[in-house]
Design a protein around this ligand. Structure first.
Ligand code: TNX
Length: 548
């Protein structure tokens, strides 16, 4: 078997006073943070910048993703003060209110009590937004005494809060108390997403990431209105979630990773539930993926009976793909899959289950079809909607499953046929939005099989007019996957995801009419002071005019 890859390829931001926390790359900075490429702790952004200069470009012009409508009220500002309360008119706003409070309490040092009465100073979360904003949109009105966020569901409040965070000074994101003032420019914003699905994926199979590392990434994606988090939980190198009825999966399959590190490299079901809840409390739905029938060496190493020859495979710590397959002809294969789907579905509140299905290069085509014809009904039986890498969609005419397009071409007959039947397509073209692709030939981390993906390349496509035969109405949204063959630390994750993850968020949220690199680049660049405060190890692409 050929195991080689077979692939085509705020304005000096009123950082008044001292004690502003400006952190550089975190301590576990990986190999990608070579000199001159990391963000560093820029002078000029640090303490000592004199008293409130001017608020030249207001944060209203710097929001990412770009809102639908912004009406500035230049003669008004709101200032968050010691006595401010976060006031909620509806219980669905409680979690969003708690999130906002948890971000602003450490930096402001204020109590920011959450109350059910909506009077007095503070941030007010109301229901009954304009119906045209749907469940995910919001209206944000800044008045002298209150910031009012109206939404029709919790999702809308989470998204409104993500905008409010960007309207506050960057130091509002600090983990330690900072000097104010906590001023928000006057405006009325009305906003809602272009697509219902804005996703990020993290591969925890090639390299394992601890629950705290995963939470750190969840926090980072939530800030850009990402609403789905796809966890790639199994692959040749590792099985990362406890399955109680098949305990060897983690005992053996979860014992190592790329490079051969040893340990308990998996999540217990309780840890997974905690991650799911953590995401939910930030407006994010988790989509679990168990890749099959290929990318299954870790399972094949754990249980002899899953192999056609009844022999366990050795654990694998390299980075080749396409060499493993579950045994298509054995009933135990489907018993195994049913047990996994059953256990995982029971602890996954979100409606989706991702079955992988990519690069099944060791599974003959007829077997692949046979396999999917047995697996798709199992997912349905446990109440979930199947999503998978786009290869699986040729095996079904059901219009509910969601193919995730990851190719590098702009046409795919099977995906186009599915779209014609009514399937919605999730877009992750590898040469545009794979976060593991190198930015340029000097990028130390990542791969280049799909090409080099600089920030402008990542931004320069229209999800609704990209794949032939798959028009705007067939697009479910955009997901940015991060594969981790070369990614080992949070600093590595951040270097590859920032700034391209915000690019994916913009493509998934903002209307096609706002698409313009010249307008987007400065907005993206304006995020830098906030990322410095947050300690995000971003790639300071020379294509972007970074704000100091
Ligand atoms: C392709 S994309 C894969 C992954 C690799 C990735 C590396 C896809 C569905 N499969 O197995 O990790 O390329 O870029």
């Amino acid at each position: 078997m050929n195991t080689n890859r077979v692939r085509t390829a705020l304005t000096a931001l009123v950082l008044a006073g001292s004690g502003v926390l400006v952190t550089g790359p975190s301590a576990d900075a990986g190999p990608g943070t070579g000199p001159g490429t990391g963000p560093g702790t820029g002078p000029g952004a640090g303490p000592g910048t004199g008293p409130a200069a001017t608020a030249a470009a207001t944060p209203l012009q710097e929001l990412v993703p770009q809102p639908v409508q912004i009406q500035p009220h230049p003669d008004i500002t709101f200032t968050l003060t010691q006595t401010a309360k976060i006031q909620i008119a509806t219980d669905t706003a409680r979690k969003p209110a708690e999130l906002l409070a948890s971000i602003l309490r450490p930096s402001t040092g204020y109590d920011l009590q959450i109350t059910d009465s909506v009077t007095g100073d503070g941030v007010v979360l109301l229901n009954n937004a304009d119906p045209k904003v749907g469940n995910e949109g919001y209206q944000l009105d800044v008045t002298p005494k209150q910031v009012i966020i109206r939404a029709n569901a919790a999702a809308g409040h989470f998204n409104g809060i993500a905008s409010l965070r960007q309207l506050l000074p960057p130091k509002a994101e600090a983990k330690t108390k900072q000097p104010g003032p906590w001023t928000v420019p006057g405006a009325s914003i009305l906003d809602y997403p272009r697509y219902q699905h804005r996703g990020a994926m993290l591969d925890v199979a090639r390299h394992f990431f601890t629950p705290d590392q995963v939470k750190r990434y969840i926090d980072q994606i939530a800030a850009f209105k990402i609403n789905y988090f796809h966890l790639h939980l199994s692959d040749d190198q590792g099985w990362r979630l406890e399955i109680k009825s098949w305990p060897e999966l983690t005992k053996i399959g979860g014992s190592t990773e790329v490079g051969g590190r040893k340990g308990n490299l998996f999540y217990t079901q309780d840890q997974y539930k905690d991650l799911v809840a953590y995401a939910q409390n930030r407006g994010i739905t988790v989509i679990p993926e168990f890749d099959m029938p290929g990318h299954t060496n870790a399972a094949l190493a754990s249980y002899a009976e899953l192999n056609c020859d009844g022999k366990k495979r050795p654990l694998y710590t390299g980075t080749d793909v396409g060499f493993s397959s579950l045994c298509i002809s054995k009933d135990v294969t489907y018993k195994f899959i049913e047990d996994v789907v059953k256990e995982v579905s029971a602890i996954t509140p979100g409606p989706y289950f991702h079955i992988g299905g990519d690069e099944a290069l060791s599974t003959p085509d007829a077997d692949f079809v046979k396999f999917m014809n047995r697996v798709l009904p199992i997912v349905k039986k446990y109440g979930k909607v199947t999503t998978g890498w786009h290869e699986f969609i040729k095996t079904t005419t059901d219009t509910a499953p969601i193919p995730q397009f990851w190719g590098t071409e702009t046409s795919d007959a099977n995906v186009a046929a599915a779209a014609k039947r009514g399937n919605k397509v999730l877009m992750s073209p590898a040469n545009r939005i794979y976060l593991d692709m190198k930015y340029n030939k000097n990028t130390k981390l990542g791969q280049d099989w799909a090409g080099l993906v600089e920030v402008k390349t990542a931004y320069g496509w229209n999800p609704g007019a990209y794949l032939s035969g798959v028009g705007e109405a067939s697009i479910r949204g955009v997901e940015a996957p991060l594969w981790t063959e070369t990614i080992k630390t949070s600093a590595d994750i951040e270097y590859m995801a920032f700034p391209r993850l915000p690019v994916a968020a913009e493509l998934g949220w903002s209307t096609a009419a706002t698409h313009s690199w010249d307008k987007f680049a400065p907005r993206l660049g304006a995020q830098a002071p906030r990322w410095k405060v947050q300690g995000i190890n971003y790639y300071a692409s020379t294509q972007v005019p970074w704000k100091k």
